[in-house]
Design a protein around this ligand. Structure first.
Ligand SMILES: Cc1ncc(COP(=O)(O)O)c(C=O)c1O
Length: 408
């Protein structure tokens, strides 16, 4: 259908979301039938006990609009156990359609036109969109490579009288960083003294390696009253398509989020909310075995990619992503490298540039070409061991003199 001239009708927010080069790479990957280490969802089955719970909920006719209060009670217990926080299941929780909607509803609940929202860079892509739709202004603070450390001075300088909120994603996509206690204290200190809110994204809270511990920012002194926690079933239970997530916030903010959620989607999918009750009541062994399996996969891809010349300057401490730096002396950009990976090795991953937002000069200047923003590739290891082994066979090629994959 011809829609000439109709682009003028688009909102300025919609016009600002242009398709990225990554979408073209996805098409190329599909044409080449490449092994997918790009997307952040598992290619292995979800746990049987929760699939059965969903099937049984459908068969029991939980198929209409529904708000399952039991999830809030279970979440309140978990947050108490994990973080020592007292949360009222009746007033402090909003069940939404995944973390994505919980985050958007949280932003719509608290962000007005012109409010600034600080985001650490690199970052997961969806935060910016909700902030822009709400009329807010994302302000990026670069984390310092190679360990993606928070520079307190840069952070403090980013705060103005218009700063309304700080977004914190830990464990972090794309780097696998887990913010340290010290970094969290810095963020909490700034939020409290500058009277800012925090919106956290904790979807990888259970996928954490070695001796790391996930600390929720809300558990730091003075923070529960100014933090909106968002998370979901998606990653912990390998059910990214179920779309069940939540926001946990002080009562008046949680009420606003619930209201917005009702206005835009009414309710999360009813049978999957029922199954969420079973999922969230899983025994501790479930979470420990999930953690161990991902730790094994993390070690596997670290060894694999390190073995073919990638610079593994930071071993992920959480999440299921490895943000690997291109081989030393490699003259290709991240996008060019991924194109070669697809064409020559039949493996697709995500060029890192899509996760960086902080300004860096001139697209084509040598500074831009050599900038670290164009030197990282994100590999997702939330894949079956068979998929990882198949990728290893395809990638098991020696590197050439310039440190790039040897091209036959
Ligand atoms: C950091 C982060 N937050 C949120 C999501 C999406 O969560 P949900 O499926 O609950 O919307 C993802 C998915 O990749 C993610 O990486």
């Amino acid at each position: 259908m011809e829609g000439r001239g109709m682009e003028k009708k688009l909102s300025s927010a919609a016009k600002s979301f242009s398709p990225s080069p990554i979408q073209q790479l996805s098409l190329l990957a599909q044409r080449c039938n490449a092994i997918n280490l790009a997307e952040g969802f598992p290619d292995f089955p979800a746990p049987l006990h929760i699939k059965n719970a969903a099937v049984s909920a459908i068969n029991s006719d939980f198929n209409q609009y529904r708000h399952v209060q039991g999830i809030c009670e279970q979440l309140a217990k978990i947050v108490k156990q994990m973080h020592g926080l007292d949360v009222d299941p009746l007033s402090d929780i909003a069940i939404c359609c995944g973390q994505t909607e919980a985050f958007a509803a949280a932003v719509f609940a608290v962000i007005d036109k012109g409010d600034e929202v600080v985001i650490f860079d690199p970052s997961y892509e969806t935060y910016e969109a909700s902030i822009i739709i709400a009329g807010g202004v994302p302000v990026y603070v670069a984390l310092d490579p190679p360990h993606w450390t928070l520079d307190p001075d840069k952070f403090i300088k980013s705060i103005t009288t218009r700063t309304k909120a700080v977004v914190l994603n830990s464990p972090h996509n794309p780097t696998g960083k887990v913010f340290s206690k010290n970094e969290l204290e810095i963020i909490a200190g700034v939020c409290c003294t500058k009277d800012c809110l925090a919106i956290t994204d904790e979807v990888y809270e259970r996928i954490i390696f070695d001796s790391e511990k996930h600390i929720s920012l809300a558990s730091l002194p003075g923070m529960q009253e100014r933090t909106i926690i968002t998370s979901s079933l998606s990653k912990t239970f390998s059910v990214t398509g179920w779309r069940v997530g939540w926001a946990i916030a002080p009562p008046f903010i949680a009420a606003a989020i619930r209201n917005i959620h009702v206005k835009i989607t009414d309710s999360a999918p009813a049978p999957f909310q029922e199954a969420a009750l079973t999922a969230l009541s899983s025994p501790l062994e479930y979470f420990e075995s999930l953690r161990k399996e991902y730790e094994f996969k993390r070690d596997y891809v670290v060894q694999l990619l390190g073995g073919i010349g990638f610079q593994i300057l930071f071993k992920p401490k959480g999440s299921f992503f490895l943000f690997a730096k291109l081989p030393e002396n490699c003259l290709l950009s991240d996008i060019e490298y991924v194109e070669e990976l697809i064409k020559q090795a039949g493996v697709v991953a995500v060029p890192g540039c899509g996760f960086f937002h902080a300004n860096f000069s001139g697209e084509n200047s040598s500074e831009a070409v050599n900038s670290y923003h164009k030197k990282y590739i994100r590999f997702a290891f939330c894949k079956s061991n068979d998929t990882l082994a198949a990728a290893a066979r395809k990638l098991g090629k020696p590197v050439d003199d310039s440190g790039c994959l040897k091209i036959n």
